[in-house]
Design a protein around this ligand. Structure first.
Ligand code: NAD
Length: 252
């Protein structure tokens, strides 16, 4: 394991300390250190045979609703056992310090809210919530008859997780709020995302077009890297706390 301490550029620290508005886009990478696998490393164990891009689609649900429901049951269970990590917590602190702050996440695990972040845009929904696949309304309770997926108590349609599947539209208000936050941000962070799933992947570019300083935090190179003003290579759970501590030392 590489134990080289993360170097946080002093110039970035100064910019962040003075920034009036900060936006952060997170992806599956920020939850990896909580034990929630990214899509790329999710193919372990029982589910190794399945490709997430073939399960997280409306077509897959139509073809085999039971399989898709069970895959989400497995993921829901994983998430319920996971805890927010120092990366999530550093973003809670950043929100407390920055005058205007928006956290935009592609994650469906709810860990940002559980960590204490308040202004969170969940672009792809949340697997903890369940909706009726016909009526699209949130369903809190249903009868467990053993049938999978269970049925909507109102209309009898199949229940499904309240997430945005590949090929589905994002909730318009959430996407609009995310675009506005990207446009007004003086500093925009792209954290733990492969930046290939649209339209979220376009947000860092939108921010730069509107004058933001772009910072990438990731283990690997992504399509964002060539555009980023600062690239911090390392795990989000190490880099984000180091950045927050350098910017707002505990005794200030
Ligand atoms: P992705 O799986 O495509 O990419 C993950 C990225 O995180 C990669 O670039 C990887 O290098 C980076 N990474 C991995 N570990 C890291 C760490 N410790 N610190 C920093 N970076 C790290 O994920 P994505 O870009 O979010 O897009 C895939 C889609 O998958 C999204 O739509 C999302 O909804 C969904 N997804 C969500 C979850 C979750 O809610 N936790 C998990 C898996 C997939």
């Amino acid at each position: 394991m590489d134990t080289t301490p993360i170097r946080i550029p002093a110039e970035l620290v100064a910019k962040l300390r003075q920034a009036e508005s900060v936006a952060v886009l997170t992806g599956a990478g920020i939850s990896a250190e909580s034990g929630v696998p990214t899509f790329r490393d999710a193919q372990t164990g029982l589910w190794a045979r399945y490709n997430p891009e073939e399960l997280a689609t409306p077509e897959a649900f139509q073809r085999n609703p039971r399989l898709v429901w069970e895959w989400y049951e497995w993921r829901r269970q994983l998430v319920s056992q996971a805890e927010p990590n120092p990366g999530h917590l550093a973003l809670v602190e950043m929100e407390r310090r920055a005058p205007r702050f928006t956290l935009i996440t592609q994650n469906v695990d709810g860990l940002h809210r559980r960590a204490g972040s308040r202004r969170v845009i969940e672009l792809h929904g949340n697997i903890v919530r369940t909706i009726c696949s016909r009526e699209r309304l949130v369903v809190e309770q249903w009868e467990e008859t053993g049938e999978k997926p269970p049925r909507c108590p109102r209309c009898g349609g199949f229940l499904r997780p309240d997430v945005v599947w590949f090929g589905e539209m994002l909730p318009a208000h959430a996407l609009q709020a995310a675009i506005e936050a990207a446009r007004e941000a003086q500093i925009f962070f792209s954290v733990g995302t492969s930046a290939v799933v649209q339209p979220a992947a376009s947000l860092p570019f939108e921010a730069v077009r509107h004058g933001a300083t772009l910072v990438e935090i990731n283990l690997e190179e992504t399509p964002v890297t060539p555009m980023a003003h600062y690239v911090l290579r390392g795990p989000a759970g190490v880099v984000l706390p180091a950045l927050v501590e350098a910017t707002w030392p505990p005794d200030v």
